[in-house]
Design a protein around this ligand. Sequence first.
Ligand code: SF4
Length: 519
Amino acid sequence: MAKTQFSWRDIRADERPLGRSNGHAQFSLALVYANSYHIGMSSLGFQRVYDLVNGTPDWSCERFFTDGTGSPRSVETGSPLGGFGAVAFSVSFEEDYVNLLQLLQRAGIPLRREERRADDPLILLGGSCAAINPLTLAAFVDIFALGAAENLLPSLLGSLAEESSREAVMERLAGTPGYFVPAYHRPQEFGGVEKLKKLDLTAEQMGMPGHLPTTAIVTPRTEFSQKFLVEMSRGCPEKCRYCWATFGMGRFRWHPSEFILESLERARAVTDQVGFVATAVGDHPEIERILQEANRQGFRSAVSSIRIPAVTAGVLAALHDSGDRSITLAPETGSDELRVKLNKPIPNSLLFDKVRMIFQEGFTQLKLYFIIGLPEETMDDVEAILEVAARCREIMLEELSPRGIIGQIDLGTNILVPKPYTGWQREAMADPKTLGRKITRLRKGAARLPNVSLGAMSIRQAIWQTYITKAGPEAAEILEQAAAGMDLSALLRKYAHQIEPLVFERREGHLPWQFLRAG
Ligand code: SF4
């Protein structure tokens, strides 16, 4: 057997668990993040499932990641992935689909669900990708869990514990709200009308004890090194047309402040750093009080992202007191007109006011995220991005230079990937040649602005993402080739006849992924 290149024992030695672990439980679930330990343990959703399974009587959870070579082994006991009765993947990014297939290959588990035998593990998929469009992986996954782990784990673990065969588990869950079981749900071979129910957290559940997701294991080996993460809210008060988070997670609702602050008590024993996370952290009605109270208790606080209107002097002061010097905003476009079309009616004048406030409060680094390739976007809109960057730089110099500080502005440029269940789900991805010209123009313009950097998404990656987010089971062969190691450029060339119509043509009529409905 091939050896892993590192030791899970070293990694475990750095971990500081806050939650429960049933070492000798009767049942065990393999929980897999189809990427590295570093990325997987940075995911609050993944840590939440781990915590919930270990908190279920008679159950324990063992984690798997892509690190190493050969047969994947669990972090907890070194058990092989193929030896579990059920393997649950948590996937939030479509790019990880190829890693998922490679992990199955390494474990000796047949890739196609129809080739699995009675003694092969059941392959389950949860996380946001399951609810965006499960059809892309329908040839590989036995059961998709659609919605919040808190609602789905009781029925899932109950079925796994009580049923004696994989067929019986699939049959039972096919009749349970919140699951898509491709072997049983075959509405017109996955293009049809049968409506399956998603079960996300309700506003009432958000205010119930036990429903507040937090980090289960603090470790230095994540994006948020040593931070204890706390979920603040779900959904978003905005409805930006490209954003799956707002359409897929339902209306905006938040956890009560007292639960959020109580959770810090659990964290105190292992860390003094806390990260408040959500799609719209700054919109929690008591964000200022929560940040101030965390500071008062001796925590250093950070937030995941903040909407432009939610930036206030109080929030900035609390973050600055915690030692934060960097803020990320997402204007998305340079022109007010295009921002209105995107359904984010925030004028540049408000953006500039908030940017001034940020530098006045002592922040020295500003990250601004933009999207190009939007419907109706022109070269003038791209010029407008550079004008916004230049104006923000002027503000930075006006505020920081008198204090002898040199600040930094980083521009992140993504390409629109029109996703299912968003306002732009029917749109085509922009033409690569035009995108190439726009990126070149942005690079040249940003190069003329000292202390301004620009990072741009690869066009090839955007094509691949658009394809796999919209594809159906016919993508199976392409994904298998990718898992076998075919390079992305070769893949896009070989399967251009299949990929390009789905990516570059506007979708009219029936949308095959629209067989899921909110619970
Ligand atoms: S503000 Fe952010 S989270 Fe909210 S809808 Fe827009 S992109 Fe999505």
